[in-house]
Design a protein around this ligand. Structure first.
Ligand code: FDA
Length: 579
């Protein structure tokens, strides 16, 4: 019983992975203690692009509205300029993250949630304070030292850094959300393949009112192609708003073979003035720090009672904006499984599905975000100029030349920009995860999934087991729009059928399980007035979907079933296999 343990789950780390796991576990009614060695949460902005799937997780956990309040809104996120300086001529523009007219419909059709620019300190605050409100213990200034596991428990040794006291806690499970230098991943012997410190950057955070440069082309992310900062595979400097439009981070590549990077504040200010294109710019530098690009992932995420996630198991650059998004989704995949086992609803075998499902995602994310960096070479080459006194003038002349050569340059530039869709409008990369594991029962009758469009760029909504339930707007009894995603999740399995699926309703009633709810699309709370659900559900009205707490489809019966006994047998069997 849970009384034998000091707590059910200990989470090491309060970054996006640890904080999401802690919030979800507390929401599901599991006892959880999260520890971080620091006095507070992430002190610097770090990750910020929060994709729709991550916001869907926040929505399920009941904190989406609060996230929207803290975040820079979607419509200010993505009219990205590539310019010679903020004040100077532009080379190109890109509409990012589904803000462009060509992609916006796909994004809003695919999810009830917006993209958000939510900087990491605010994201962590949101997650951790809500977790604490829901009963999680949050131990700041607490260092994880080591753990031991046996058949029944994991014993974790912690050190209270305010007093120096070392103490142990017995828990059912340990979550290693301890970041890119994960000690826990090491200790449990996770094999990590790839490269570390493949490239390097300097970030300089500063305060300056730059609204005059972005008010007419709002974007929290912008690139500057300028000889002051040409080093590295991106070959451009970054100007990223962390609060529109007066708090910023400037970033530039460093030469890993060139000795220690230059972190001098005075020289950083000079560089920022060049990037902005205002030699008189009044800016206050807050900090200057280097960071390094990794390309590595773990082949397995768990060992016994210990589960790693986030940067502990996948390490990659910020390009494509997948860092904290992937960490949030690792946590959301893991949390309900831990909760189900801790509460006795499922056997320990369910926990093996975490690694099985998330390893392929981590691997893909590491490859994609590194590829996004390599893909800048086409852009650089398209507008490259020979060494000269004024490369910026030469570059503009080349791009604007009224000659056949000029036409070739422009054609190459537009081709290079197209490649960037795979970084900035990769809706499929963000939402098309498919899970294969013991917690998903594949259709016996349907073959391999056929992708109608480019799976990286376009979301393919499907109710195939292993996919996330598609979003469709339904209408509740008060006439308000609710998403199919709102009808499922929140820590429970959902048996989802239609008005003529009475047999499934009866079956769920017969099984009478505390962790299963029934949703009938078409009833007063879930009216399919638009007919959207009927169009995308891929099953007959009296068929059924069994949707997991994380919104993924565990199992479906496409054909109509009208006999309660048969439905009961099938449903009992499916739940038994999954859990
Ligand atoms: P994360 O590293 O956030 O958290 C680790 C946690 O473990 C911390 O709370 C730490 O205190 C704790 N911990 C570790 N060891 C411990 C111990 N022994 N005892 C107690 N606590 C311990 N990503 C992105 O997508 N876009 C971006 O622009 C950037 N930019 C960026 C800049 C900089 C400077 C950094 C360092 C990182 C980024 N990232 C990023 C990466 C992004 O921050 C990263 O993907 C997520 O923070 C990963 O979240 P995790 O929760 O896995 O680890």
């Amino acid at each position: 019983s849970s009384a034998e343990y000091d707590t059910d789950v200990i989470v090491v780390g309060t970054g996006p992975m640890g904080a999401t796991a802690t919030l979800a576990l507390a929401t599901y009614g599991v006892r959880v203690q999260a520890v971080t060695r620091w006095n507070w949460l992430a002190p610097t902005p770090r990750s910020h692009t929060t994709n729709q799937r991550a916001v869907e997780v926040l929505r399920d956990l009941g904190v989406e509205e609060e996230a929207v309040r803290y975040a820079t809104p979607w419509d200010l996120m993505g009219d990205m300029t590539i310019a010679t300086s903020f004040a100077g001529p532009e080379i190109a523009r890109l509409r990012l993250w589904g803000t462009g007219d060509d992609r916006h419909g796909d994004y809003v059709q695919g999810s009830p949630c917006p993209m958000l620019d939510l900087i990491q300190p605010l994201l962590e605050q949101l997650l951790v304070t809500n977790a604490a409100r829901r009963g999680a213990q949050i131990s700041l200034n607490t260092e994880y030292l080591r753990h031991e596991q046996d058949d029944d428990a994991v014993t974790v040794t912690l050190k209270d850094l305010t007093t120096g006291r070392v103490y142990t806690r017995r828990a059912q499970f340990l979550v290693g959300a301890d970041g890119a230098r994960s000690q826990i991943a090491d200790e449990i012997g996770l094999e990590i393949v790839g490269h570390h410190a493949r490239a390097g950057h300097v970030y300089a955070a500063f305060t300056a009112d730059l609204s005059q440069y972005v008010a007419h082309r709002p974007s929290t992310l912008n690139y500057i192609m300028n000889p002051a900062t040409g080093y590295g595979e991106i070959g451009m400097a970054l100007l990223r708003a962390t609060r529109p439009w007066d708090r910023w981070i400037a970033g530039w590549g460093i030469d890993l073979n060139g000795g220690e990077p230059d972190l001098d504040h005075g020289r950083a200010l000079e560089r920022i003035r060049t990037l902005v294109g205002d030699p008189e710019l009044q800016a206050e530098i807050e900090w200057v720090a280097p960071w390094y690009v990794n390309q590595a992932f773990a082949l397995c995420y768990s060992n016994g009672r210990v589960f790693c996630g986030g940067d502990a198991v996948h390490r990659h650059p910020p390009s494509s904006g997948l860092g904290s998004n992937t960490s949030i989704q690792d946590a959301f995949n893991l949390a309900w499984k831990l909760a189900f086992v801790a509460r006795g609803f499922a056997g320990r075998g369910l926990l093996d599905s975490y690694s099985k499902e998330r390893v392929p995602v981590g691997k893909q994310v590491v490859a994609r975000s590194n590829q996004s960096r390599f893909d800048y070479s086409a852009l650089r080459e398209a507008v490259a100029v020979p060494d000269c006194d004024d490369p910026t003038a030469a570059r503009l002349e080349k791009i604007r030349a009224r000659t056949p050569e000029g036409a070739k340059t422009r054609a190459a530039l537009y081709e290079a920009l197209k490649l960037k869709r795979y970084e900035f409008n990769a809706h499929g990369v963000e939402l098309n995860q498919r899970y294969e594991s013991s917690a998903v029962l594949p259709d016996r009758l349907t073959g391999e999934e056929v992708w109608a469009r480019d799976p990286q760029l376009y979301l393919q909504a499907t109710t195939r087991p292993g996919a996330k339930i598609p979003h469709a707007w339904l209408v509740d009894e008060r006439g308000r729009r609710v998403s199919t995603l709102d009808a499922v999740g929140k820590g429970m399995f959902t048996v989802l059928t239609g008005l003529s699926g009475e047999a499934w309703v009866n079956a769920a009633q017969k099984l009478d399980l505390p962790y299963v709810r029934t949703v009938v699309v078409g009833d007063a709370q879930h009216q399919d007035l638009y007919g959207y659900w009927a169009e995308i559900r891929e099953i007959e009205e009296a068929g059924v979907l069994l949707v997991r707490p994380d919104g993924y489809i565990a199992w479906r019966i496409s054909g109509a079933v009208h006999e309660t006994d048969k439905a009961t047998r099938l449903l009992r069997n499916a739940l038994g296999m999954v859990l």
